[in-house]
Write a protein that binds this ligand. Structure first.
Ligand code: GAR
Length: 210
């Protein structure tokens, strides 16, 4: 199975995916920021790395079309958003429908958008976490594939909580990609995702987390 990974920055989820020994080929890494550290990580492993600066395109639609041309050159089975911090056009989402996944640093549908750890702390929630989901046109609202729960501590800051959530991200993103590659994910018409077990019957997905 061929993956293209989209990033905007550090690339620690990209690294976790590359280090997980998955039965996949990461065919290319694309970034919308030339300075993204994850691009060097890809280059160091001999993976084609492309950066297209969104600031050099007239609008979102044209930028996304340019990204799609590069991505489609690799004919990926799965497009993986790993800290890709751009809102996607509907045309982009529709083009990759069913083969576009994202990781988000909260237990969706709680805390879509930015600053998830600070918002969770401000609300005093006791359980936080991260979500891998299929991408649909509504931001951070697609079918949930897997989530990991992280207990909030009374002395947490956004940084300490975020670090524990990130460690959980590094476990569940490779896991979700493995399930996708093994064709074990069943995407129901009701917007729910189930996992085929060894006997071929469906089970719901829960990862106990960190
Ligand atoms: C991760 O925490 C990821 O969940 C988040 O950006 C970070 C990227 O880190 N993504 C989003 O907030 C998407 N809305 P990384 O570059 O080290 O993988």
């Amino acid at each position: 199975m061929k993956l293209v990974v989209l990033i905007s920055g550090r690339g620690s989820n990209l690294q976790a995916i590359l280090d997980a020994g998955l039965p996949v080929e990461v065919a290319a890494v694309l970034s919308n920021r030339k300075s993204a550290a994850g691009l060097q990580l890809a280059e160091a492993r001999g993976i084609p790395a492309h950066s297209l600066a969104h600031t050099e395109f007239p609008d979102r639609a044209e930028f996304d079309q340019a990204m799609m041309r590069v991505i489609d050159g690799y004919a990926p089975d799965l497009v993986v958003l790993a800290g890709y911090m751009r809102i996607l056009s509907d045309a982009f989402v529709q083009h990759y429908a069913g083969r576009l996944i994202n990781i988000h640093p909260s237990l969706l549908p709680s805390y879509p958008g930015m600053d998830t750890h600070a918002r969770a702390l401000a609300d005093g929630v006791k359980i936080h976490g991260c979500t891998v989901h299929l991408v649909t046109p509504v931001l951070d609202r697609g079918p949930v594939i897997v989530q990991a729960a992280v207990a909030v501590r009374s002395d947490d800051t956004a940084e300490t909580l975020g670090a524990r959530v990130l460690a959980a991200e590094h476990k569940i993103y490779p896991l979700a990609i493995r399930w996708f590659a093994e064709r074990r994910l069943v995407f129901g018409d009701d917007g729910k995702v189930n996992l085929l077990n060894d006997e071929g019957s469906e089970q719901s997905v829960f990862y106990p987390g960190a």
